[in-house]
Design a protein around this ligand. Sequence first.
Ligand code: UD1
Ligand code: CA
Length: 486
Amino acid sequence: MAKARKPNSPASSARREPRFAVAIMAAGKGTRLKSRHPKVLHQIAGKPLLEYVIEAAAQIVPVNDIYAIIGHEADLVRETLQHTGVNFVLQKEQRGTGHAIMIARAPLSEYDHFIVLSGDVPLIRPETIRELRDFHLKHNAAMTLLAAVPPDPTGYGRVIRKLNKGKPTEIVTAIVEQKSLTPAQMKFREMNAGVYSFSTSSLFANIDKLTTENAHRELYLTDMAAILSREGERVVAVTTPDFNQVLGINNRTELARLDALLREHKCAELMDSGVTIYRPETCVIDAGVQIESDTVIEPFVQLLGNTRIGTESRIRSYSVINNSQIADRVLVRPGSIIDESKIAAGAVIGPYSHLRPGSDVGENAHVGNFVETKKTRLGRGSKANHLTYLGDATIGDDVNVGAGTITCNYDGVNKHQTVIEDGAFIGSDSTLVAPVKIGKGSYVGASSCITNDVPDDALAIARGRQVVKEGWAREKRAARAKKSST
Ligand code: UD1
Ligand code: CA
């Protein structure tokens, strides 16, 4: 039988899991993006850069142990990412990555160790952070950094390792920024990923030794490698073979590259789970999109935001679907735009339909060519197949909306409701002037302008009566011929 250990004995406290925090450096302006907006709010695959980093960090420590260091447009960053539940630390003036960590000194001092991530290195994987943490603990290091060997390390800080009989060891003596590389150091191809683990006490005992004597006149966190190493502290590096996950975003080209990389992964993941995507390289699918198996996505489709699509549906080319829920066996024909809307099973949309926010299409309903809907419920089996506008309308089941029907929902000041009850038939080219109600099972004659409610089972005709003038055209032609012969 295992012997029970006393709760607070030295043995148990020595075995206490070391407490880790995660600090995310996200205060920079991102000068090289040439943007008015904060760098970490720029998006790839439909999500801000910082959100990716927070999500990865949240796999390693609880969110209340995550500190996002923000500065440039801090209010906007805070507002955008409030929902994640992380803490925010304000770095008013951005005087470098070392300065960012100095600013967070008070909260970070509550932990034994902390991991530093960069808000502009969004594809970092949780497993890699975990490996970094474990390597750090195993080597009892003051500083552990993540290294990688990309095809072209230009622009990144380089890792300078201690050699043993000419061979590199895990010990790091310095990180040298691109601008400060000596010609001899150019041959070092190992980049610093901007991801670190620090022992809190060792770092804060030495961080005030940072100076601004460098190419940018900033306090560089990277300089801590040489400082700690000089102080006899242990600085080590762990290398990740997957350099793609540590690529940073400093300009628009890199932004586009990582966006493409992520979407490529997203398509691969969906295809692995049973979704057919033809020519995936032409599709734009956001990270948050969910699709069930046996659905087919044709070339040049965009699926954005939190869109969800069920099974056995088909989204044909050139359709753009944003934040919408599409159920099973739905057919979206080419060129349709669906925004913040809901489509039930078996419905057919398009070609060229525009479903604006608040559209709710029932089971097996059809919305066809050049039909626009907004804040409209279309009931089960109802059809609006051609050239129609349905706004602020509640339409029952099995209603036929003829070609060219318009709900006149706007009087120039207010919006009004149109109600069309089950089984009604609206003849082509009708205008329904809201507020108005078309009763159950009733008919509206083609080309009517309906301004009053139509009772159940009635026929409403509201158009000019046809007048036929026999022989009128013949007489006109004869009169014209006579005039030209004289
Ligand atoms: C940094 C590293 C470099 C590494 C690269 C990896 C330094 C000095 N250099 O370079 O060795 O190869 O990342 O991507 O650290 N930030 C703040 N406050 C500041 C300054 C920066 O929060 O005062 C944030 C930025 O918003 C950014 C991150 O820190 O998210 C990194 O800063 P950045 O200026 O992009 O550093 P790099 O030049 O890319
Ligand atoms: Ca960077």
